[in-house]
Write a protein that binds this ligand. Structure first.
Ligand code: FES
Length: 161
């Protein structure tokens, strides 16, 4: 392992730690997210706070989205990757499932290759979730349309079941 790989590993770990630490304050501030918050849409959605918008760069960050209802109860979890795309006024965020569409292994992000790789049977996916290499046949589910950016934070909504 040369120095640049070690540095990349360090930066990835730092980004993940930042995301995890960035999620922590939500737990203490979650009282502000009550059932009257419009993000819950009267109970139609559960909401997971993903962290500060500024915490996300162009490299995907792995997170476990923890969806809570308006009472703050944990209702579901989802393994996801989040990254920023564009910059300034054009900045947006891409949220993809981190679960391989072949047989449901968790995929890894390879910064060196600039794509996702599945450790189980070697499927590969682009940063937008498109299948680059089989055996997976379906693209990664894209949850970007469920994202809410509010007051400098990212939230992901999930239909209440
Ligand atoms: S589970 Fe990912 S390639 Fe088989």
């Amino acid at each position: 392992m040369d120095g640049s790989i070690s540095r990349r590993s360090f930066l990835r770990s730092a980004a993940l730690l930042t995301a995890v630490v960035g999620c922590y304050p939500w737990r203490s501030a979650s009282a502000a997210l009550d059932s009257a918050d419009p993000k819950f849409d009267g109970g139609k959605f559960w909401v997971a706070e993903l962290g500060g918008a500024a915490d996300f760069g162009s490299d995907p960050v792995f997170l476990v989205a923890k969806y809570k209802n308006g009472k703050g109860e944990l209702m579901d979890e989802e393994k996801i990757y989040v990254r920023a795309a564009g910059s300034g006024d054009k900045k947006s965020y891409v949220v993809l499932s981190a679960i391989c569409t072949h047989l449901k292994c968790k995929i890894d992000y390879s910064a060196d290759a600039g794509k996702f790789k599945c450790p189980c049977h070697k499927s590969e996916f682009s940063l937008d979730g498109e299948v680059l290499k089989k055996p997976a046949k379906r693209d990664l589910p894209n949850y970007s349309d469920r994202l809410v950016v509010e007051a400098g934070k990212l939230y992901l909504r999930h239909k209440a079941e």
